[in-house]
Write a protein that binds this ligand. Structure first.
Ligand SMILES: NC(=O)c1ccc[n+]([C@@H]2O[C@H](COP(=O)([O-])OP(=O)(O)OC[C@H]3O[C@@H](n4cnc5c(N)ncnc54)[C@H](O)[C@@H]3O)[C@@H](O)[C@H]2O)c1
Ligand SMILES: N[C@@H](CCC=O)C(=O)O
Length: 547
C-alpha cells in the first residue's frame, strides 16, 4: 500500500528559481568557470536512449563550439528510421505503467529533476549550454538552469490544477467526475537549438500529464538535451517514457508522422518546418487512431514601437538587449523598430554609443555580451541579409555589418536603417544580431501602428515605448493581434514562466502558451464519468400514470 492512497497530496506552490549573477569573486562564478574548463577539456559520446537502453548507430554527428568551431565537444549517434520505430515501440510499451502511476509520484520525479538542476548540475547544464550553443553566462543561467527548473516546478503545479478541475454540480443521487487521461499513443517532441529550457519542456510537459514521448533534439543542440536526459534518469524517470533520438529532421520526423499511434506533436522551431509537419499530418489524417494534437511555437518578426513620448534610455536599452542578447537568436528578439523622427537623432546617437561598448568573443570570457551564431548555415543566412542591405539603395547599415567565420561564427551586432517600411529585413525573420529601423513622421503614429500590424506574417512579441497613456492604449488596440506577448516600456524578450506565458499567433504558432496551464491542457483527453448511486428501477416517466 502506498502513502498516496490515504492522503490528498498537494505539490509545493512554485516560485521562480532565483537567478545567479555570477559577479566577480562569487563562488558561483568560480563554480561555473571550473565546469567550463572541465567540460571544454573533454570529448563525450552521446548515444540514443531507447527504452532506457543506450543505442549506438555509428552514424555520427559532431558537437562543436560555435565560437571556436575547430573545437569538438562531443560526437553523437544519429537515429535512422529503424531506431525511430524502436523508440516508438518503447514509448508505447512504457505507456501503460506510466499512466497508471499515481500523478503525485510522477510529479515527484520532475520536482527532483528540478532540484538536481538547481544544485548538483547547475554549473554543468549552464557550462554545456555556453560551450555548445555559444551563450554568455547570464543567458545560459536564465535559460538552461532557471527557466528549465521553472518549467518543471510550475508544470507539476498546473497538472494538479487540471486534475482538480471537476464538474461543479452533482444532482441528487449522482457523482460526476472528469478523468484527465493522457492521449492515446505517443507525443513527438521536436525541439529547437536556441533554448535548453524549451528543449527540456517539450517532452516533459506532455509526460507530466501521463503521456509517453519520442524526443528529437535539434542537431545543433544535442549536448544539453543529453545532460538533461541523464538528469531525468537520475530523478527516477522510468525507461521508455521519454526516448531520445537525435538525427536528421526528416529521418526521424517522417517515421513518427506516419505512425498510426501519433497522438500529438509538441514542436518549437521555424515556421517552415512546422508547416511541413502539419502538411504531412494532413496527408495521413485517416491513418491515425485519433486526431493528433498539434502544438507548435514558431518564428517571429518582433517589433519595438516608440511613440514620441518614449523615454529614450529605456528605449535604447530595450533595443540593444532585445536585439542582440544571444546574438538575436531568440524567437522573441527585437528585429524591427519604428522610431518617430523627433526622437531619431538622439536614439541613433545613444544606440551607436551602446553598440560600440559591446564586446564580442568566446563565452569563457565573461566580458563578452555577444558570442557566435550557432552554425555555418545560420552564419550564411544572416550575412546574406546583411549583404542585401549593403547592396540596396533602400537601406543603410548604421552600426556593425562586419562578420568573420575564421575561428567562430561571429557577426557584429548590426543596425540597418530602412528607407521603406517593407524593406526585406523589416519583414522576414533573420534569427541573428540584425535590427532594422524605420523612422516615421511623428504625425503618422496611428497609420504607422497599422503598418506595423500588416508588415509581417508573424505575431509573436512586440513592445510599445510611450509615456502617454492614450498613445499606449492606441498601440494596444491597433496591435491587438500583432503579438501574443506584448510589452509596455520593456524589451520584447525574456518571458518568465508563471509570469508571462509565452507564444504567438498568425504564422508564429498555435499560441498554446508554454509555461502555463493552457499548454498542459493540450496533453489530456478528458473522460467524463457519471455514477448513479441508486438507478431508477422502471423506465416510465412519473406523469404517465396520471391520465
Ligand atoms: N515561438 C517560440 O516559442 C520559439 C522558441 C524558440 C525558437 N523558435 C523558432 O525556432 C527557429 C530556430 O530554431 P531551429 O533553427 O532549431 O529551427 P528548425 O525549424 O530548423 O528546427 C527545429 C527542429 O525541427 C527539426 N526538423 C527539421 N526538419 C524536420 C522534419 N522534416 N521533420 C521533423 N523535424 C524536423 C530540427 O531538426 C529541429 O529539431 C526560429 O524560427 C525561431 O523563431 C520559436
Ligand atoms: N521565451 C523566450 C524566447 C524563446 C524563443 O526563442 C523569451 O521570452 O525571450
Amino acid at each position: 500500500m502506498h502513502l498516496y492512497n490515504n492522503a490528498v497530496i498537494r505539490v509545493p506552490v512554485p516560485e521562480n528559481e532565483p537567478v545567479y549573477n555570477y559577479a566577480p569573486g562569487s563562488p558561483e562564478r568560480a563554480g561555473l568557470k571550473q565546469a567550463l574548463e572541465e567540460m571544454a577539456a573533454q570529448k563525450i559520446e552521446i548515444p540514443l536512449l531507447i527504452g532506457g537502453r543506450e543505442v549506438r548507430t555509428g552514424r555520427m554527428g559532431k558537437v562543436v563550439m560555435p565560437h571556436d568551431h575547430g573545437h569538438q565537444l562531443a560526437e553523437y549517434h544519429q537515429a535512422g528510421p529503424e531506431e525511430v520505430k524502436q523508440a516508438i515501440a518503447a514509448a508505447l510499451q512504457a505507456r501503460e505503467g506510466w499512466q497508471r502511476m499515481r500523478w503525485e509520484e510522477r510529479a515527484a520525479i520532475f520536482l527532483k529533476a528540478a532540484d538536481l538542476l538547481a544544485t548538483k548540475y547547475r554549473y554543468q547544464i549552464n557550462a554545456g549550454s555556453m560551450l555548445s550553443t555559444s551563450k554568455n553566462a547570464f543567458q545560459a543561467e536564465i535559460d538552461a538552469a532557471c527557466e528549465l527548473i521553472d518549467f518543471l516546478r510550475f508544470n507539476v503545479y498546473y497538472a494538479q490544477q487540471i486534475y482538480e478541475e471537476q464538474p461543479m454540480i452533482n444532482a441528487r443521487g449522482l457523482w460526476n467526475m472528469v478523468q484527465h487521461r493522457p492521449l492515446e499513443g505517443f507525443v513527438f517532441a521536436v525541439t529547437p537549438f536556441n533554448f535548453t529550457a524549451i528543449a527540456g519542456n517539450l517532452p516533459t510537459a506532455p509526460v507530466i500529464m501521463g503521456n509517453v514521448a519520442v524526443w528529437k533534439p535539434a542537431s545543433s543542440c544535442v549536448y544539453t538535451p543529453w545532460l538533461f536526459m541523464k538528469i531525468l534518469q537520475e530523478a527516477g524517470l522510468p525507461d521508455g517514457v521519454i526516448n531520445f533520438v537525435p538525427g536528421r529532421g526528416a529521418d526521424v520526423g517522417d517515421v513518427c508522422l506516419a505512425d498510426e499511434n501519433l497522438a500529438g506533436i509538441h514542436f518549437t522551431g521555424s515556421t517552415a518546418v512546422f508547416q511541413s509537419m502539419w502538411r504531412k499530418v494532413g496527408e495521413n489524417i485517416a491513418n491515425y487512431k485519433s486526431y493528433p494534437r498539434i502544438v507548435g511555437e514558431t518564428g517571429g518578426k518582433d517589433f519595438v514601437f516608440a511613440h514620441a513620448s518614449a523615454d529614450v534610455d529605456g528605449l535604447v536599452t530595450a533595443l540593444v538587449r532585445g536585439a542582440f542578447e544571444y546574438q538575436g537568436q531568440k524567437c522573441s528578439a527585437a528585429s524591427r523598430a519604428y522610431i518617430p523622427a523627433s526622437l531619431w537623432p538622439e536614439v541613433e546617437r545613444r544606440l551607436k554609443e551602446e553598440i560600440d561598448r559591446i564586446k564580442m568573443g568566446d563565452v569563457r570570457d565573461f566580458r563578452n555580451l555577444v558570442n557566435a551564431v550557432i552554425d555555418r548555415s545560420a552564419f550564411d543566412t544572416i550575412t546574406r541579409y546583411i549583404d542585401l542591405a549593403k547592396d540596396s539603395a533602400d537601406a543603410a547599415i548604421i552600426a556593425g555589418g562586419g562578420y568573420d567565420d575564421s575561428k567562430g561564427y561571429f557577426i557584429e551586432p548590426t543596425v540597418i536603417l530602412a528607407a521603406k517600411p517593407d524593406f526585406t529585413t523589416m519583414v522576414e525573420e533573420i534569427f541573428g544580431p540584425v535590427l532594422t529601423i524605420y523612422v516615421y513622421p511623428d504625425a503618422e503614429y496611428e497609420q504607422t501602428l497599422e503598418l506595423c500590424d500588416r508588415t509581417s506574417p508573424y505575431a509573436l512579441t512586440g513592445a510599445i515605448f510611450s509615456q502617454q497613456r492614450t498613445a499606449t492604449s492606441l498601440a494596444l488596440a491597433k496591435l491587438e493581434n500583432a503579438a501574443g506577448n506584448f510589452y509596455i516600456n520593456d524589451k520584447p524578450t525574456g518571458a518568465v514562466v508563471g509570469q508571462q506565458p509565452f507564444g504567438g499567433g498568425r504564422a508564429s504558432g498555435t499560441n498554446d502558451k508554454a509555461g502555463s496551464i493552457l499548454n498542459l491542457i493540450r496533453w489530456v483527453s478528458p473522460r467524463t464519468i457519471k455514477e448513479t448511486f441508486v438507478p431508477p428501477s422502471r423506465p416510465d416517466y412519473p406523469f404517465m400514470e396520471a391520465e
